[in-house]
Design a protein around this ligand. Structure first.
Ligand SMILES: NC(=O)c1ccc[n+]([C@@H]2O[C@H](COP(=O)([O-])OP(=O)(O)OC[C@H]3O[C@@H](n4cnc5c(N)ncnc54)[C@H](O)[C@@H]3O)[C@@H](O)[C@H]2O)c1
Length: 285
């Protein structure tokens, strides 16, 4: 599989970082979003990120220009026709992802592999929107994609073993250390395990066992975690965390993944975490 041109669909938090990573490794990347403005804004975020690396002395201005010149931005999916590889990283919504994959299946050459960065949606259901489910798998990056070493790779029911091998090779080529799951399971390894831990911390708050700051302090000092579980939920967003727990609860039909009422109350009050200025903690404007 010779890959030169990569299309990243969805230029949000993750898409911009994934596009930057591919560009840093020498690939020509096009970020496709729902409007030219959003795609341009994504490219502008990459420019800012690269400028920070220059400031820190991790990159020269010439390198910054070379990398940025590899990144194009488009307000539609048409450039997928030239793609050798496609990473989908649009919002975590099955209907929207299926719509994107239907379009990608129509636009891209039949041999092109299409991967999804979904956190917890079904790979088989996403791939089911196409005529090439054997060429589709999850390629799950971690935030921020340029820095984090891990890429989780997961098959759908019809993914071909060659697809998994090719995506794992590509992950190595990107400087990552991938883990390949043997079968499809909601939320893979890290998000599922971590989700359960974060959920347990919210149950401690619900039960009034300790203050949020003390729960976080305990996990940092006692388990050597770099960040407390409630701080992490504030960073992820309570709504995003709850959506993942709801998927796990439903798909695995397991009450261990039930979130406590306090999470619903906080979301109803608009306490979504850092992004809304309030979550388990208060944040300045
Ligand atoms: N945020 C994280 O830490 C994280 C980590 C790993 C995986 N993920 C997964 O990555 C994906 C993206 O998450 P995010 O945090 O970057 O979301 P985000 O909301 O920051 O970005 C989503 C982007 O997709 C665009 N988009 C929506 N519909 C589109 C369409 N039809 N065509 C093209 N673009 C479209 C939006 O305009 C937006 O720019 C999700 O599946 C999420 O579960 C997120």
């Amino acid at each position: 599989m010779e890959i030169k041109k990569v299309v990243v669909v969805g230029g949000g938090t993750m898409g911009a970082g994934i596009a930057q990573l591919f560009a840093q490794k020498g690939f020509a990347v096009t970020i496709c979003d729902i409007s030219q403005e959003l795609a341009d804004a994504s490219r502008a975020r990459i420019e800012k990120g690269l400028a920070r690396r220059v400031q820190k002395g991790k990159m020269t201005v010439e390198e910054q220009d070379t990398i940025l010149n590899r990144v194009a931005a488009a307000g539609n999916l048409e450039s997928a026709a030239q793609a050798d590889f496609v990473v989908e990283s649009v919002v975590e919504n099955l209907e929207i992802k299926q719509q994107v994959f239907r379009e990608l299946d129509r636009l891209t050459r039949p041999e092109v592999l299409l991967v999804t960065n979904t956190t917890s949606l079904s790979i088989s259901e996403i791939a089911g929107a196409t005529k090439r489910p054997e060429k589709i798998c999850q390629m799950h990056f971690f935030n921020p994609p340029v820095i984090m070493k891990l890429v989780e790779i997961m098959p759908g029911q019809k993914t071909a073993p060659e697809t998994l091998r090719a995506v794992a090779d590509l992950a190595h080529h990107l400087g990552k250390d991938p883990v390949v799951c043997k079968q499809e399971a909601p939320a893979g390894i890290v998000s599922r395990t971590l989700g359960q831990l974060l959920n347990e911390a919210t149950w401690l708050v619900e039960a009034g066992v300790a203050e949020p700051a003390d729960i976080d302090k305990a996990m940092k000092l006692g388990a050597n975690h770099p960040m407390g579980p409630l701080e992490l939920i504030d960073l992820i967003g309570l709504d995003v965390h709850r959506a993942k727990m709801q998927t796990l609860r439903r798909v695995l039909d397991d009450p261990r993944y039930q979130h406590p009422p306090i999470v619903d109350r906080m979301i109803d009050e608009g306490r979504l975490g850092k992004k809304s200025g309030r979550g388990f903690y208060e944040y300045g404007k």
